[in-house]
Design a protein around this ligand. Structure first.
Ligand SMILES: C[S@@+](CC[C@H](N)C(=O)[O-])C[C@H]1O[C@@H](n2cnc3c(N)ncnc32)[C@H](O)[C@@H]1O
Length: 373
């Protein structure tokens, strides 16, 4: 199977540019960003490598159809046009998910069942088989209908790529791994420079930075749906994984540290570092309130996800903490400080306008990433 597929990298709003940049750096073809995702082309082997390597995208798909869709009849017909037998060996379980946004067809459940009915109908006609026991591995099909345009796709990742596998205990308000990686990338920090998260919680920002410094692919320790697709059985995907894994070197991690006021969160952070294969002590973690924090290095980058007053603590306390971040920056004049918050009063509470701002989403929460040089 040396086919080159039309593909789609789903991403959170605000992160499309980062996803497109990473796709270009890793050699994907025809990269073009749009709202909520990035189109590109790749072979199955390249897609597998991208699943292992990509830091910021949510899922990678093969696009089987893209075009207008305004009725159930039209949906049934266009699903029929797809060459399902080339992806289906006979006993996979066909798992259809669906999301409808601003469209005439607004019932995901109905769209899901029509899509599945149409796939089975096509398989019956093409293979002559009447019964599909669906006892085999999953063939995850995703249908997205947005502004009356349907995209019918094969989900090659399976569960979201943010689930690297190292974070098994979540603490109170953890950050999705893809967003944590984006915060590190957008901060301008580069491996080798000191990096400190002064309210590190369960350590997601630190783990992502350390994985980048080690050159360890974020997907190294997790499976992907496409590994069990029968159509890709003959490809040496395991060999691709081993080649990517062999490029990691944990001894390259240096100068990454974190602190938090909560000892339990720090315990979880230690556990997550171990589970990310970073070992004890690679990232140093200390229980210390940021009001008392004083680091020795003359320059570096603070990256943090302080409480927003929405999910943790109350607003007044959080706003006082934002001013404490300003004082922390004052004690470390050679350090850049980068913080994400959904609180519109962040800059006012901090006490200074940011040098750079970027809108990002933490789940459904609209946030701004503030960068102070
Ligand atoms: C939104 S959580 C950070 C979550 C983290 N990014 C993660 O992935 O788990 C905010 C953190 O700020 C910490 N915090 C609150 N006040 C603090 C203070 N005065 N000094 C240091 N840390 C503080 C909390 O204990 C909490 O872990």
């Amino acid at each position: 199977m040396n086919d080159v597929y039309q593909c789609y990298a789903a991403s959170a709003f605000g992160m499309e540019g980062l996803v497109a940049g990473e796709l270009k750096r890793t050699g994907a073809g025809n990269v073009s960003a749009e709202n909520g995702g990035v189109c590109f082309s790749a072979s199955a082997q390249e897609l597998f490598r991208l699943n292992l390597l990509m830091h910021f995208t949510d899922r990678l798909f093969i696009v089987l159809y893209r075009g207008p869709c305004r009725s159930f009849e039209q949906l049934f017909t266009l699903v029929q046009e797809i060459d399902w037998p080339s992806f289906f060996s006979g006993d996979e379980s066909i798992d259809v998910t669906c999301k409808c946004t601003r469209s005439v067809l607004m019932s995901p459940r109905d769209c899901q069942s029509i899509t599945k009915k149409s796939i089975i109908e096509k398989l019956r006609r093409k293979t002559g088989r009447q019964v599909f026991p669906e006892t085999g591995s999953s063939l995850p099909v995703h249908l997205s209908i947005r502004n009356d345009e349907a995209m019918i796709m094969l989900n090659t990742s399976g569960k979201a790529l943010s689930r690297r596998g190292y974070r098994t205990w979540n603490g109170e308000a953890p950050l999705r791994e893809t967003l944590a990686a984006a915060l590190v990338e957008l901060s301008g920090w580069r491996p080798g420079q000191p990096l400190h998260d002064p309210c590190c919680g369960t350590g997601t920002i630190l783990a992502e930075a350390a994985l980048m410094a080690a050159g360890k692919a974020p997907g190294s320790d997790r499976p992907f749906a496409m590994e069990s697709f029968s159509c890709f059985r003959k490809l040496s995907l395991e060999q691709i994984r081993q080649t990517v894994l062999s490029q990691a070197d944990i001894s390259r991690v240096s100068g990454i540290s974190g602190s938090d006021i909560d000892p339990e969160a720090l315990e979880l952070a230690r556990r997550h570092m171990r589970q990310a294969g970073l070992g004890d002590g690679t990232v140093s973690l200390e229980c210390i309130p940021l009001q008392e924090l004083k680091l020795e290095a003359e320059n570096g980058v603070f990256i943090c996800n302080p409480p927003y007053g929405e999910r943790l603590g109350d607003q007044k306390q959080c706003r006082a903490l934002y001013h404490d971040l300003f004082l922390l920056k004052g004690r470390h004049p050679g350090w850049r400080l980068c913080a994400i918050s959904s609180d519109p009063a962040f800059e006012r509470s901090f006490g200074k306008k940011a040098d750079k701002k970027r809108r990002l989403y933490n789940g459904r929460l609209e946030c701004v990433y503030y960068i102070y040089n």
